[in-house]
Design a protein. Structure first.
Lengths: 685, 216
C-alpha cells in the first residue's frame, strides 16, 4: 500500500466558540445556531445535520437570541440591534436599532406577522414583519426590570415575559400586563439574590412553563395566574426551555450540562387527566447548556462546551436509520487549513487572523508507528491580523506558496509572499479588480497563475495573477440561475477544468480554456462535503454528507464505471454509519488509483484496483492484513484502507515529497480553554 | 424609686416631686420637706423656656447651615458656567454644527440627551480661541450598557454565589472515575497547572531562604 512519513501537526490552536442560541425552522428542517463569536451556522436536519452555511461573526459581537420568520432569520443581541441575515449570500442583510438598550430575547409569533423583542430597559417591543424589512409597531407596558425571555401564545393574542423575580403575561392588543406571577427565590444563600427567569414557554391551553435560576421548572396557569406545580430539577440554573411542536414534551437545559425532559402524561395508566411529569435526563455536556430544541424525534442542545449535540428520542422514531445516532458535532464541516503542497507550507484560518507555518523536517527511517527524530522544527512564518471587525470567511494559499488570499464579508485581500531561507516578507496587492469585493470561497489554480473567487449567485470570478498587474479575466455563471452561494471549489491539475458546488446541491464544471460552462453533475439529494479533480484522469471525485461517494468523468460527461460499480454494490454499512463528514479529498501522483480522504476520526485510502468490500467481510482489516503473510494479503484485502491512528483530525494532505500531513486538534486542548464548569460532588472522589 | 427609672420627658410636677425625694435620701427617717408651690412652678416654667430657646437656637443653626450651603452651590454653579463673553463668542460660531448635534439629540432617548449635554459641556470647556466641535462617538452610551449587560450575565453565571470549579479538576475527576484510571491532568500534561507549579517553586525558594538551609 505505501509507507508514509506523517507530519503530526498539533500547533493549530483552533478554538470554537460557545453556542448561545438555537432556532428551528420546521418547513425546511433547518437549525440555526448562534455562537458567542457572532457567527451563525445553518444545519440541515434532513441531511445528516450537515453544516450548510456559515455566516461569520465579528469582534465585540454579542448575539443573544435567534428567531425564524418563515424563511427569514433574525437575531437580537446585547448591542441593541436586530439583524436580518441574507442566507443566500451568507452575510448580514441589515441591522435595525431598537432603542431599548441591550436585547435579551426575540420571538416570532406562529402566524409569522410579528416579532417581539425583550430589552434591558423593561420594554417588550413589537415589530411588524414586512416585505424586505421590519417596522416598529408599538411598545408593551414598560416594566421595572429587564425582560429575559419571551414566548408568544400560539394564537398571537398574548405574550409571556420572564423577568427578574417575576413573570408577566401581556395582552398584545392593549399592551397591558394581565397577570403578574411571582417566582420565589432559592433557599439558603440564594435568597438574597434575585431569581432570574431564564426561559418561558406558553402553551396553547394556557399553561406557562418557566425555568429559573433557582433550578426549578414551574408550571403556571394563566387563567387564574397561579402556580400549578414546581419541580426542582437541579441545584444550579435552568438556562433554556423548549417545547415540541405537538406540545407534549418540554426539555430544559441546565447549568450542570444535563437536559431534562418533561412529558404531558397521565400519571395513572388508563386515566384521562394528564400532567407534566419529569421523565428523562440526558447528560451529554460537560459545561452549561445554554440552548435546547425539542424537535419531536430528537433533542438538540448546545452550550459552553461548544459541541452541538443531537440526541434522538428512540421512542418517536419508527425506522432504524441514520437518525438513531447520538451526534456530537465538534469541528466545522469545512476545512480551515489550506496547504501549499510544493512549498511545504500550511495556512491556518482563525477568526481574526491567519497563520502560515513551514513544516519541519526529519531524516530518519523507522518501523511503522515509530516516532522519527526531528531535524528541523516547524516554524511560524507569518501571523497576519486582519483590519476591521469582521471575521474571516475563507482563505487560501497557492500551491507554490507565493500568494495568500482571504476574504471577509466586506473585503477581499491578496498578498504576495517572498520567502528566502530566513527572511519572510509580505506585500499587499493593492490594485485588485473591482469585482473582487468579497468571496465565499477562494481557490488557486495548480500553477498559481489564476485565482478563482466564488461570489454571489453561484458565480465564480477568474483573475489572472502575474508579477505586476492582476487582470480580471471573466465571470463563470451557472445556467440554472441559482442564488445560493458556492461552498466548494476544485481546480484540475492541468488547469483546464474548475468544479464548483453550491448550497442548492448543484455541481457545475467549467471549461477554463473556453471560459464557459462545460457540464452539470446530476443533482443528488445530499450536499457535497468534499471534492477534488484527479490529476491524470480528470475525474471529479465527490463525497456527500450521507457518506456516498461518486466519481464523474469530466471529459466524457458521465459517471465512471468504478462509480457505477460502487453504486450497484452499495457501500459497506460501517462506512455509511460514520457520523462525521469527509472534509478533504486528495490524490497520490505516484499511484493514480489511490484516493486519500479523511473525516474527523479516520483517514482512508481507496484503491480503485482492489475489489469492493461486501457486507460480510471485515471492514477495518488493516491490522489483520498485517498479521497475515504476504501471499495471503491480496486475497483478503479490499478497496477501503482505513486508518484510525489519528484522532480529531482537521486536515490530511499528501505533500509532493510523499509525506502526509495530519493536522490534529485534541479535544482535551479545547476543553482546557473553556470557561469554568460547575462543581459537582461525586461519590468516592 | 421607680420614678427615677423613667425617662427624661416628664411633667414638671413629677420633676418637682423627684427633687424632693432625692433630698430626703440623706435622712430617710424624717418626713418629706415642704416645698412651696410657687417655687416649683417657677422652676418648671424656667425649664420650659429653656427648652424652647434651645429648640430655637437649633433651628437657627440649621438655617444658617442651609443658607451657607446654598450659597456655596450657587458659587460652584457660577464657576462651571462659562463667562458671558465666551458665550457671545459662541453665538458667532457656524450654526451648522449646532444643528447637527440637535438632530442627533432628537433621535436618541432623553437619557442619552442628558449624557451628551453634560459631555458637551465638558468638551467645550477646553475650547479657548480656536473652536473645534468634537463629534461624540454614538456608541459610547450603548457600549457601556452592553458592558453592564455582559457583566450581569457574567456575575449571574460565574459570579460569587455560583459554585464553579476548574477544567483541570473536571478532567482529572473523569480520569479518576473512568474505565482506565489515570493520574490528574496536572501531572500527566506539562502545560496544565503551570501557574501553580510556578507558585510552588517560589514558595519553596522563599522557605529555603528563610530557614537559611542553603549556606551562602
Amino acid at each position: 500500500m505505501g509507507e508514509f512519513k506523517v507530519h503530526r501537526v498539533r500547533f493549530f490552536d483552533y478554538m470554537p466558540s460557545a453556542i448561545r442560541a438555537l432556532a428551528f425552522q420546521p418547513q425546511r428542517e433547518k437549525i440555526a445556531v448562534a455562537r458567542t463569536s457572532g457567527s451563525v451556522e445553518i444545519f440541515n436536519c434532513a441531511d445528516r445535520f450537515f453544516q450548510e452555511k456559515i455566516i461569520p461573526g465579528r469582534e465585540q459581537a454579542a448575539t443573544e437570541a435567534l428567531a425564524w420568520v418563515g424563511d427569514r432569520l433574525f437575531s437580537a443581541g446585547l448591542n441593541g440591534v436586530i439583524s436580518e441575515y441574507d442566507l443566500e449570500n451568507q452575510k448580514v442583510k441589515y441591522t435595525i436599532d431598537a432603542f431599548g438598550g441591550p436585547m435579551w430575547t426575540i420571538a416570532s409569533n406562529q402566524q409569522g406577522t410579528h416579532l417581539a423583542v425583550g430589552c434591558e430597559d423593561g420594554t417588550v417591543k413589537l415589530f411588524e414583519v414586512c416585505e424586505g424589512k421590519i417596522q416598529f409597531e408599538k411598545n408593551l407596558a414598560k416594566q421595572k426590570g429587564r425582560i429575559l425571555s419571551l414566548s408568544w401564545h400560539p394564537s398571537g393574542s398574548r405574550i409571556v415575559a420572564g423577568m427578574m423575580d417575576m413573570i408577566r403575561v401581556f395582552n398584545t392588543e392593549t399592551g397591558q400586563s394581565v397577570h403578574r406571577l411571582l417566582v420565589e427565590r432559592g433557599i439558603g444563600a440564594s435568597r438574597s439574590v434575585e431569581c432570574v427567569v431564564w426561559g418561558v414557554v406558553y402553551l396553547s391551553d394556557g399553561t406557562i412553563i418557566s425555568g429559573d435560576s433557582s433550578g426549578k421548572v414551574k408550571i403556571w396557569d394563566d387563567l387564574t395566574g397561579t402556580l400549578i406545580k414546581s419541580h426542582q430539577v437541579t441545584k444550579w440554573d435552568v438556562l433554556a426551555l423548549s417545547v415540541s411542536q405537538d406540545e407534549t414534551s418540554v426539555v430544559a437545559g441546565t447549568s450542570e450540562g444535563t437536559v431534562v425532559q418533561f412529558q404531558f402524561l397521565s400519571v395513572v395508566l388508563g386515566q384521562e387527566d394528564k400532567e407534566w411529569v419529569q421523565t428523562r435526563i440526558f447528560k451529554n455536556h460537560t459545561h452549561d447548556v445554554r440552548a435546547v430544541l425539542e424537535l419531536g424525534t430528537a433533542v438538540v442542545s448546545g452550550g459552553m462546551d461548544t459541541q452541538f449535540v443531537v440526541r434522538p428520542l428512540l421512542d418517536k422514531i419508527e425506522e432504524r436509520g441514520p437518525e438513531c445516532v447520538l451526534r456530537k458535532i465538534q469541528f466545522p464541516h469545512r476545512s480551515l487549513v489550506s496547504c501549499a503542497k510544493k512549498a511545504g507550507l500550511l495556512l491556518f484560518q482563525y477568526p481574526g487572523h491567519l497563520e502560515l507555518w513551514r513544516l519541519g523536517e526529519s531524516d530518519g527511517h523507522g518501523a511503522s508507528g515509530s516516532v522519527l527524530p526531528v531535524k528541523r522544527k516547524p516554524e511560524k512564518l507569518l501571523h497576519l491580523k486582519i483590519k476591521g471587525e469582521e471575521h474571516i470567511c475563507c482563505s487560501a494559499v497557492s500551491p507554490c506558496g507565493e500568494w495568500i488570499a482571504y476574504s471577509t464579508v466586506a473585503s477581499f485581500r491578496l498578498y504576495r509572499l517572498h520567502c528566502d531561507n530566513n527572511n519572510v516578507s509580505i506585500t499587499k496587492v493593492s490594485k485588485l479588480p473591482k469585482v473582487l469585493s468579497s468571496a465565499n470561497q477562494i481557490c488557486f489554480s495548480s500553477d498559481s497563475s489564476k485565482l478563482f473567487a466564488a461570489s454571489t449567485c453561484s458565480s465564480v470570478h477568474v483573475v489572472s495573477l502575474s508579477q505586476t498587474v492582476h487582470k480580471f479575466v471573466c465571470t463563470l455563471k451557472p445556467k440554472s440561475g441559482s442564488v445560493q452561494a458556492v461552498h466548494l471549489l476544485a481546480a484540475s491539475e492541468d488547469g483546464k477544468w474548475l468544479a464548483s458546488a453550491n448550497s442548492d446541491r448543484e455541481v457545475q464544471i467549467y471549461n477554463l480554456t473556453k471560459m464557459k460552462l462545460h457540464s452539470t453533475v446530476p443533482v443528488y439529494n445530499s450536499g457535497v462535503t468534499a471534492m477534488a479533480i484527479h490529476p491524470t484522469t480528470n475525474n471529479l471525485f465527490m463525497v456527500h454528507a450521507d457518506q456516498q461517494v461518486f466519481e464523474y468523468s469530466i471529459e466524457e460527461k458521465k459517471y465512471t464505471d468504478w462509480s457505477r460499480q460502487v453504486q450497484r454494490n452499495g457501500l459497506h454499512y460501517l462506512w455509511l454509519a460514520r457520523d462525521t463528514p469527509v472534509t478533504n479529498v486528495t490524490f497520490n501522483p505516484k499511484n493514480p488509483t489511490h484516493i486519500i480522504l479523511h473525516d474527523a476520526y479516520m483517514f482512508c485510502i481507496i484503491d480503485q484496483t482492489l475489489p469492493l468490500p461486501d457486507s460480510c467481510s471485515q471492514f477495518y482489516n488493516q491490522l489483520t492484513l498485517r498479521s497475515l503473510p504476504e501471499k495471503d494479503r491480496t486475497k483478503h484485502s479490499h478497496a477501503f484502507k482505513m486508518c484510525k491512528t489519528f484522532k480529531e483530525l482537521m486536515f490530511v494532505e499528501l505533500m509532493e515529497d510523499q509525506s502526509l500531513v495530519a493536522v490534529e486538534r485534541p479535544l482535551v486542548e479545547i476543553a482546557a480553554q473553556l470557561p469554568a464548569p460547575v462543581r459537582q460532588k461525586k461519590f468516592a472522589t | 424609686m421607680a420614678k427615677l427609672q423613667r425617662g427624661e420627658s416628664e411633667c414638671e410636677l413629677e420633676k418637682g416631686v423627684r427633687v424632693s425625694v432625692v433630698m430626703s435620701d440623706s435622712s430617710e427617717d424624717e418626713g418629706p420637706e415642704e416645698v412651696a408651690f410657687e417655687e416649683s412652678r417657677s422652676a418648671a416654667l424656667k425649664s420650659e423656656e429653656e427648652k424652647l430657646q434651645a429648640a430655637k437656637r437649633e433651628k437657627e443653626l440649621l438655617k444658617e447651615k442651609r443658607r451657607k450651603r446654598q450659597q456655596f452651590f450657587q458659587e460652584q454653579k457660577k464657576k462651571r458656567l462659562l463667562s458671558d463673553t465666551l458665550l457671545e463668542e459662541f453665538d458667532t460660531v457656524p450654526q451648522k454644527q449646532k444643528k447637527l448635534s440637535d438632530d442627533r439629540d432628537e433621535e436618541k432617548d432623553k437619557k442619552q440627551q442628558k449624557l451628551t449635554k453634560s459631555k458637551k459641556k465638558k468638551a467645550s470647556r477646553s475650547l479657548q480661541g480656536n473652536c473645534s466641535v468634537m463629534r461624540l462617538k454614538d456608541e459610547s452610551a450603548d457600549s457601556s450598557m452592553q458592558q453592564s449587560a455582559m457583566d450581569f450575565i457574567q456575575a449571574r453565571l460565574y459570579g460569587s454565589g455560583t459554585l464553579r470549579t476548574t477544567n483541570a479538576e473536571l478532567l482529572s475527576l473523569e480520569k479518576k472515575r473512568g474505565v482506565k484510571k489515570g493520574a490528574a491532568v496536572q501531572f500527566v500534561n506539562k502545560k496544565w497547572g503551570a501557574e501553580q507549579k510556578a507558585k510552588a517553586e517560589k514558595s519553596n525558594k522563599r522557605f529555603i531562604h528563610r530557614q537559611k538551609l542553603v549556606t551562602t
